[in-house]
Design a protein around this ligand. Structure first.
Ligand SMILES: NC(=O)c1ccc[n+]([C@@H]2O[C@H](COP(=O)([O-])OP(=O)(O)OC[C@H]3O[C@@H](n4cnc5c(N)ncnc54)[C@H](OP(=O)(O)O)[C@@H]3O)[C@@H](O)[C@H]2O)c1
Length: 177
């Protein structure tokens, strides 16, 4: 697990990209941690809640702020936030890792608020769940390949319309927050 999300590295990355590109079309906020398997709100530490929230939810805010000048130069930029069904209101329960679930709930809220904030600038913002994917986080028993997990992100990046901004997707379909 990483020690701490690093805003400075985000802004340095934006500076570096500005030197080599004249616009940014589709940033995907994919970075995420799930450090609290087996923990619940009665035994999780405040530090773990903070770290998970900062990485999974507020990281997407920092990325948006840092890359906004480059996004504004794209004709129809779209931001894709990789969330999880664990953050759906109906999913929040004692069996969901507490920090992870709350952080994805916050990332979904971030998506709604950023979409509204950026609509007048012609920028779209989407949230999506990739499903259970065979990665370090998902483990070898997961039901989907990384390619299958990425399918909805590719659809959002290339085909979804601006009228869908602010919504949450799984398998190319809108799903409930
Ligand atoms: N796998 C699933 O079944 C599943 C299901 C639903 C949602 N998701 C979501 O899908 C996204 C990708 O997950 P994954 O399954 O690919 O997880 P993963 O295998 O654990 O990979 C997570 C990635 O996030 C990066 N990361 C973590 N903290 C970071 C930080 N502070 N700064 C920069 N990068 C950071 C990691 O980079 P390093 O390797 O360099 O640390 C790694 O590349 C996550 O947002 C996750 O919540 C996954």
């Amino acid at each position: 697990m990483r020690c701490s999300p690093d805003d400075r590295s985000i802004f340095l990355a934006a500076q570096a990209l500005t030197r080599s590109c004249d616009r940014l079309d589709v940033p995907i906020n994919n970075a995420g941690i799930l450090p609290d398997r087996g923990l619940n709100l009665l035994n999780i530490s405040r530090d773990m809640l903070d770290l998970t929230m900062h990485t999974n939810a507020f990281g997407a805010v920092s990325v948006t702020q840092a890359f906004l000048p480059l996004l504004a130069k794209a004709p129809a930029a779209r931001i894709i936030n990789i969330s999880s069904k664990y953050g759906q209101l109906d999913s929040l329960s004692a069996s969901v890792p507490a920090a992870y679930g709350l952080s994805k709930l916050a990332l979904n809220g971030t998506t709604i608020m950023l979409a509204d904030t950026l609509r007048s600038q012609g920028l779209a913002v989407y949230a999506m769940c990739p499903g259970w994917v065979r990665t370090d986080m998902g483990g070898v028993a997961a039901t989907r390949s990384p390619e299958e997990g990425a399918d909805t992100a590719i659809w959002l990046a290339t085909e979804a319309g601006p009228e869908l901004s602010g919504k949450f997707f799984g398998d190319r379909q809108e799903i409930s927050y």
